[in-house]
Design a protein around this ligand. Sequence first.
Ligand code: HPA
Length: 242
Amino acid sequence: MMATPHITAQEGDFAPCVLMPGDPKRAQRMAESILTDPRLVTQVRGMMGFTGTYAGPGEFHGRPLSIMGSGMGMPSIAIYATELYRFYGVSRIIRVGTAGGISPKVKVGDVLIGVGAHTTSSMNELRIPGTHYSAVADLPMAAAAWKAGDDSMTLHCGTIISADHFYFSIPGQLDGLVAHGVLGVEMEAASLYAVAAEHGTGALCVLTVSDHLTSKGADMSADERETKFQGALTLAVAAAFV
Ligand code: HPA
């Protein structure tokens, strides 16, 4: 019997590629919509993970694929990513989540490919003594996601920021982020990218913009969110199988 402190799946239960939304219920909906015969392989603390084969059309049809929730925030995704890479033979994790828009070029509903992640967290400061760590995505995976984009979506490729706080920011911080062309804010990428580097593996974040911090406009309705999310999912699948 194999298990880690946070995952009860057995050896071989996970595919080499794992798509990771933050919400385990979304992981379940994704598994039901894009996997053939999804199998629940773990659900410690309700953090469900599923494995099946890709049900979508095209060249990737039938390939093994897993989908598991990450929870919110860098410590949470770091726990699951570490255990997947270290103990379950996972070689790629693609976070499929949402972000708050920061750059005025970015609109609600657009899709962000986070090639690099700034952070307000100290998690990566602790990794290499005396070093401000650069958290970057796997380039071939990012390129595959970029290439999979089509006219149905507006894609942006650039830096994002992984914040520790959802409800707090330092005065002047947002202006500085805008001035440096940061696309959006979320809460996991910088940690996921560092954990991937630590294990010699790949990671990417494909994010749908769900709200905007610097320009006022309508946030997405639940329906819109689900449809837009499907577009991001297509990019994530392309990155998973590149
Ligand atoms: N902040 C942090 N994470 C987010 C946001 C936000 O505004 N929107 C979606 N994820």
